[in-house]
Design a protein around this ligand. Sequence first.
Ligand code: G6P
Ligand code: ZN
Length: 543
Amino acid sequence: MSILTKQTSPFDDQKPGTSGLRKRVAVFQQPNYAENFLQSIFDSIGDASGKTLVIGGDGRFYNDVVIQKAIRMAAANGFGRVIVGQNGLLSTPSASHLIRHNQAFGGLVLSASHNPGGPDGDFGIKYNVGNGGPAPENITNAIFARSKVIDHFRTIDAPDVALGAIGQQKSGDMVVEIVDPVADYAALMKTLFDFDAISKLFASGFRMTFDAMHAVTGPYAHAIIEDMLGAPKGTVINGVPLPDFGKGHPDPNLVYCKDMFDQLMSADGPDFGAASDGDGDRNLIIGKNRFVTPSDSLAILAANAALAPGYAAGIKGIARSMPTSAAADRVADKLGIEMHETPTGWKFFGNLLDAGRVTICGEESAGTGSDHVREKDGLWAILLWLNVIAAREQSVDQIVRDHWATYGRNYYTRHDYEEVDAAIANTLVDDLRAKLPGLAGQNFDDLQIAFADDFAYHDPIDGSTSAKQGIRIGFTDGSRIVLRLSGTGTVGATLRLYLERYEAADGRHDLETQTALAELIDLAERLCGVRERTGRQKPSVIT
Ligand code: G6P
Ligand code: ZN
């Protein structure tokens, strides 16, 4: 195998964000752009000679091109074996599982998650480490530092591998194993959930729609929900992965899954609706006449996890990202288990999961997961919901209402202002940060500010500190306003405003969310001035 060393010059914009490097496809198509980033990864992860690397992506446009580049470069950088999903497909959670299952050195996940795909859409590259989770910040910082000075990359002169052919091939001296993307993952799910009980639920006439959004979960959902669990054919919709996601936006929220939502709100619709995103790590849960917010879903799944065989012994602890509502905190409190508040980004859960401190984690951004992998996992969340529904013999709506009647309800909404001028957004956050020290104790109508800070996380396992993770304004009644800049956007800045109000177990649980939060929404505008400063009349997206 002759290794080719190619000259290159650095790009200055290869800083990994919340979840890897995400850019427009056209940016990745610049000569050497992907190669520079891949080599920066290989230069930053230590000696990989003879080791195994997992490679897969969500099937979006340019996936196949970068996979071939990555395979040749992995061979040139000394890997002994790569495991690649057939046709280049691997959902993010299944990539995480394959890394763990095969004790691989790490993995490359090619995805821009829920961002649109196609030639005008986005692409992304993320490196995951040996525990199956996204690389921690010390590695992503090293990758960025390397990308700024890189002057060559290594590859080999070898033909493309046949991505469709399951089995072993070679690229140079390196073994390339093309695997069924679904098989090992489905086997793992079977160990966690009561497949018999869920099958009986479907056999009894329970109807579900799963929207795969023409993204990666189609093959997984067909195999698990229809073939293994016996849901009728047609339960899975948009189940064929397409490079441009059928021109859709593969983000499972109420805007992009509106048709399914409308069906669930109608009398003759299905009993349960669910969806996952481009790379299969997010989830959307809707029951008949009941949308479940991701924050509530985390709390409810944690409270009921022991109904599933994989968690029958109970859960050790819960972690949630800072902007996620405190609904789960009440569950942890009642169960007498640890609760952790981490910055946005799944990578912050890795240490807690590895150390056995927490079992279930979740984020308001539609991510829920457990210690079975080191990524959030859309299908896992959906299967756990099915398991809970089957075990409790209750509808989603009943389960949610019971939960609120036990723990109280955290009314919750997120207002996004997308593609805002970055300078305006940064100044807004800076100005608010400067105001924080004087806010505690101030009264606004019947609300009193209890604390106001810029969230800093101290990782209890490795002792590291991550500062400036978003502004929190907490009130004495448990309400919260959180403001932060998104770390996943590709154009301008996205401001996210998160609003939360607690209503006790015996309080009113049936208010419309925006109405329940109206006072807090007004106060947030007075304190932060998002609408005034950006000139926007209303948020681009409300979740
Ligand atoms: C990705 C990450 C999540 C994160 C989400 C939102 O999906 O995997 O961990 O919560 O992005 O991040 P953002 O910075 O855009 O709010
Ligand atoms: Zn995703």
